[in-house]
Design a protein around this ligand. Structure first.
Ligand SMILES: C[S@@+](CC[C@H](N)C(=O)[O-])C[C@H]1O[C@@H](n2cnc3c(N)ncnc32)[C@H](O)[C@@H]1O
Length: 229
């Protein structure tokens, strides 16, 4: 979203602009936050999900949850599951949380987090029922490739964060990026691709809806953690 679009979205949600230190400056990467609301900035221990959500239930994370459409829809449809939206842009996370609050959802929370750092440093192995990544920033220039979410370390940590048979779902319109994601996930011994998962489902995110209208080609896939891995 451009700055004016963010301002309009904040206004629609009845939110005042964020304090300056939380507003992203173009060209400067946002801070790599890995602490949840209510935690100290230096928090480094694995997240205690039952304490964070106030109940014991399966946990699913979406990285790059944008304005929160996918997770709020999921949370409304599946009240027995807890959902966390990890969104690096502070204001998008606020807008998404306001949407969840308007829908009076208590099983979904959005936080300004660097999803990669959070999964690497704060999520215990075997603690997620699913991880969703839809339309991750593609960083197409070679010199920016290191900013991509799907680094080798992230792939391993994401695979191990899942419970056995837990799902990692990916969609993107950037077909070369999808190829590299597919190769990395297929090469991860703890994962296997779900047969037929390249078609027949849709994330329903804002980006996906927009690209569907434009008739843009998209690629999708679902991997699962191999039981016994
Ligand atoms: C292209 S948008 C897609 C938004 C949403 N998933 C959708 O499909 O409508 C990518 C989103 O990922 C967020 N993002 C980028 N890097 C991130 C990171 N390391 N951790 C969390 N969110 C990130 C961006 O701020 C942006 O909201």
């Amino acid at each position: 979203m451009s700055r004016p679009a963010v301002r309009r979205a904040l206004k629609r949600a009845g939110l005042s602009p964020a304090p300056k230190e939380f507003v992203t400056t173009p060209g400067i990467p946002p801070p790599r936050r890995t602490f949840l609301p209510g935690e100290a900035p230096g928090a480094s221990t694995p997240v205690d999900w039952p304490s964070f959500f106030g109940r014991v239930a399966p946990v699913e994370i979406e990285i790059g949850s944008g304005r929160g459409r996918f997770l709020t829809d999921e949370a409304a449809a599946r009240p027995a599951t807890n959902f966390l939206g990890a969104e690096i842009e502070f204001e998008y996370a606020r807008i998404a949380q306001a949407r969840a609050d308007r829908m009076t959802l208590t099983n979904v929370r959005f936080a300004p987090l660097d999803g990669r750092g959070f999964v690497l440093d704060r999520v215990s192995p075997g603690s997620l029922a699913a991880l969703h990544v839809f339309f991750p920033d593609p960083w197409p220039k070679a010199r920016h490739a290191k900013r991509r979410l799907f680094s080798p370390g992230f792939v391993k940590a994401a695979a191990l964060a899942l419970v056995p048979d837990g799902r990692l779902r990916v969609a993107t319109d950037n077909l070369p990026y999808f190829e590299s994601i597919r190769e990395a996930l297929d090469a991860e011994p703890a994962l296997e691709r779900v047969p037929g998962s390249e078609a027949g489902w849709s994330s329903g995110t804002d980006y996906e809806r927009k690209y569907e209208k434009e008739g843009r080609p998209m690629a999708r896939g679902i991997w699962r953690r191999r039981p016994g891995s």
